[in-house]
Every structure is written in structure tokens, then in C-alpha cells.
Design a protein around this ligand. Structure first.
Ligand code: S3P
Length: 414
């Protein structure tokens, strides 16, 4: 069982945004509680290549200085990070120099047309490999557009907003359902002329000012512990410093509908980002159907529903989640195939899965992370439920988002 208190490390999305937005504001910045994951270090490498001075004051405290962006001397390597590639595209499309963005094998298979299309409408000149990385931007003057995104994606939204803050006239962006809004919050804090009305955002060309930030804990990292606490009998844990931005916590509202016993103990705000402590107790969960508006707000947590559903009473159905197939791996197929190996009966559907409850995890076998950090950690939690131990291939990919995962699990395992 799991018992005790842990503190969740820094949010990856917000840490990356703090670095990326520093490229659009001249002056000095400090980021406290920076996320030391590989994705964030990839983004740090990219901004350094663009002439941003960086200095680590302590392990998670960075000082940055932007004296004006410089044409990169090297190709900009985003490695595994979709956030880095898609958001930096918005920045680079509007610069007065050329740049090339590349990624690893997984990132090179992820769709970039979703950002190239709106950026081209804004006047960007971009050469891609048929809508995939590498992406070459020929810096251009941009102009505002009115864009209705076919997907609810914070990465697409952020690319358009970061181009929009550099573009002539107004840029108006809307999406079917509201995705995470960290970029809007940070742009506003840095003085952008930005106006948000539900899922429509208007932004005008603005001069941004540096703004120091202390990053809250990552809700998506906390989610593994929330799920584990709910399904491992007799568990009772407190998870501190969890980012609670409502555009990220769809998982909590869904869990409430599954009868999960979770309490928010403390609620504060930091740089416009809510955070707090969560108390999670082992719970008798009820299976439900998850679909529609909540999907973008729970997107990175959805593979965990396969486990929760297998433990709940009755059937759990995930719908409207075909976006999961475009992540670091095809997360629908990955989680369904791997937990089948652990003895779970689960049916893959085009946009989700169907899993019957009250099943037992047998284990005693090797499963694959598909080199996807969230699948790896999800399988680790599944392993804690298995009768026989399991091994997880390519488990070290957890460093992409959450290098502290094992230490924290060990801290509360009794
Ligand atoms: C992210 C947005 C989400 C999420 C990803 C990080 C971000 O992607 O899955 O892990 O930092 O903006 P989409 O916005 O493309 O769904």
C-alpha cells in the first residue's frame, strides 16, 4: 500500500513556456522550481542556441537574460518534445532569421501540419517533410488572422498566439473545447494585449516584459500517484504542491464521478496558476463513460483510465480521444496492448477503449513502454497491482517528464 506525503516536482508545460516566452521579451528573468526533465532540458538547449544567456543558481533555479535573439548557429533539436517544436515554431516564424527545428524518431512522426497551416495563413514561410519535422522557417513579417482550429490543442493554440503577439493586426484563435491555458496566463502576466472569452482568444502585437516565475507542481505527474492511491488497497497519501489549473484537472472531475475519495486540502495561486495539496484514499470506484469537453483537460491522464476502469465496478468507456494516437506513442493502442499482456480484457476502439471492471492483473511478464514516458509510468502502477512482478522495457524514458518518479514511489511504499 501507499502511505505518507510527497511533494510533486515542477510542471513541465509551464517550465517550457517560461523558457519559450523568454525568447520574446528582452531583459532578465528568473525561473524558480524549474522542471529538470529531459523535455525541459531540450527546450533550454533550443533557447540557448538562440542567444538566451542561462545560469543555474541552484539545481532548479535558473537566471535567463535575453539581449535580443540571434540567428542560431546550429540546428535546433527539440528531441522528444512536441511542446518545444510546436511552440518554438510560433516564435521562429516571425523572426528576421532562418532556423531549422528537428526532433527524435517519435517527434518526427508527429503531425506538424496542424501548426504549419495557421502559421502559413499568417504569412510564415515554412518548409517541412510533408507536414512532419524537420521544419525550416524563413523568418517573415506576420499578420493577424481569424483561425478556428480543428483540434483542441494547447500546442496549436500556443503556436498561433506566439506568432500573433508578433503579428500586425489582431489574431483571433478559437478551438472546439478549451485546452490548457498556461500560455494565455503567462502572456497576460508579461503584458501582452490578450483577451480571452471562453475558448476564443484575441491577441495583438505587444512588447512583452520579463516576469519572474515560480513554477507549481505538475498535475500530470501527480496523476500517477492519485491513480495509485485510489486502486492500491488501504492507501492513504497526501500529494503536495499540485498545479490545479482547471484546464488541467479534468482527471479530478472525472474521478469524482467515479466516486473517488479525493480532498483538496489547501488552495493557493502563484503567477495566476492555482495549486494545492491533495489527500487521496483507496476508493471503491464506479465505471463511467468519459467523452466530450473534458477530454482536452485530461488528455495526458487518459491512459490511466484503462487501469482505473479495470479496477472499478462496471464498465468504463473512453470516447472522443483519438488525439491520444498522436502523442509520443499511439497511447490508445499502447496501453490497450500492454495491459492485455497483464491479463486485462480491454477492447480498443478508434477513439478510445472499453474495459470491464473488477478484473485482476496477473503480470509475470515483460511489457513495453513504447518509449513513451506516460505509458511507462502507467505500466509501473499496473505492475503494483499485479500478482507476479513485471518488467518494463525502455523504462528510462520516464526522464522525459518525471525523473523523480521512482524516488517518490519508494518514499510512500509500505
Ligand atoms: C501540452 C499540451 C498537450 C499535452 C502535452 C503538453 C503543452 O498537447 O498532451 O503533453 O504543453 O501544451 P496538445 O495540446 O497537442 O493536446
Amino acid at each position: 500500500m501507499l502511505k505518507g506525503t510527497i511533494t510533486i516536482p515542477s510542471d513541465k508545460s509551464i517550465s517550457q513556456r517560461a523558457l519559450i516566452l523568454s525568447t520574446l521579451a528582452q531583459g532578465s528573468f528568473e525561473i524558480k522550481n524549474f522542471c529538470l526533465s529531459q523535455d525541459c532540458l531540450s527546450t533550454l538547449g533550443v533557447v540557448k542556441n538562440l542567444g538566451i544567456d542561462t545560469e543555474f543558481v541552484s539545481e532548479t533555479h535558473i537566471k535567463l537574460k535575453n539581449n535580443g535573439l540571434l540567428a542560431p548557429q546550429n540546428i535546433l533539436n527539440c528531441n522528444n518534445s512536441g511542446t518545444c517544436m510546436r511552440m518554438m515554431s510560433g516564435v521562429l516564424a516571425g523572426q528576421n532569421f532562418n532556423s531549422i527545428l528537428i526532433g527524435d524518431e517519435s517527434l518526427s512522426k508527429r503531425p506538424m501540419k496542424r501548426i504549419i497551416d495557421p502559421l502559413i495563413l499568417m504569412g510564415a514561410k515554412c518548409k517541412s517533410n510533408n507536414g512532419y519535422a524537420p521544419l525550416k522557417f524563413y523568418g517573415q513579417n506576420l499578420y493577424g488572422i481569424k483561425y478556428l482550429s480543428p483540434v483542441s490543442s494547447a500546442q496549436v493554440k500556443s503556436a498561433v498566439l506566439l506568432a500573433g503577439v508578433q503579428a500586425e493586426d489582431v489574431t483571433v484563435f478559437s478551438e472546439p473545447f478549451k485546452s490548457r491555458n498556461h500560455t494565455e496566463i503567462m502572456l497576460k502576466n508579461m503584458g501582452a494585449d490578450i483577451y480571452v472569452n471562453k475558448n476564443e482568444i484575441k491577441i495583438k502585437k505587444s512588447v512583452l516584459s520579463p516576469k519572474n516565475i515560480s513554477v507549481v507542481g505538475d498535475f500530470s505527474s501527480a496523476a500517477f500517484f492519485i491513480a495509485a492511491g485510489l486502486v492500491i488497497p488501504n492507501s492513504e497519501i497526501i500529494i503536495k504542491n499540485v498545479g490545479l489549473n482547471p484546464t488541467r484537472t479534468g482527471f479530478l472531475s472525472i474521478l469524482k464521478n467515479m466516486n473517488a475519495n479525493i480532498e483538496i486540502l489547501d488552495y493557493n495561486e502563484n503567477n495566476g496558476e492555482p495549486y494545492g495539496d491533495l489527500k487521496v484514499n483507496y476508493s471503491n470506484l464506479t465505471g463511467i463513460t468519459i467523452e466530450g469537453e473534458v477530454i482536452p483537460n485530461a488528455i495526458d491522464e487518459l491512459p490511466l483510465f484503462a487501469l482505473l476502469g479495470a479496477c472499478a465496478n462496471g464498465k468504463t468507456v473512453l470516447k472522443d480521444a483519438s488525439e491520444l494516437r498522436k502523442k509520443e506513442s499511439d497511447r490508445i493502442s499502447a496501453i490497450v496492448n500492454e495491459i492485455q499482456k497483464l491479463g486485462i480484457v480491454i477492447e480498443e476502439t478508434p477513439d478510445g477503449f472499453i474495459v470491464e471492471g473488477k478484473q485482476s492483473f496477473t503480470g509475470g511478464i515483460e511489457v513495453s513502454s513504447h518509449k513513451d514516458h506516460r505509458i511507462a509510468m502507467c505500466l509501473y502502477i499496473a505492475g503494483l497491482l499485479c500478482k507476479e512482478p513485471i518488467s518494463i522495457k525502455d523504462f528510462d524514458c520516464i526522464n522525459i517528464s518525471f525523473p523523480e518518479f521512482i524516488n517518490l514511489i519508494e518514499q510512500i511504499s509500505v
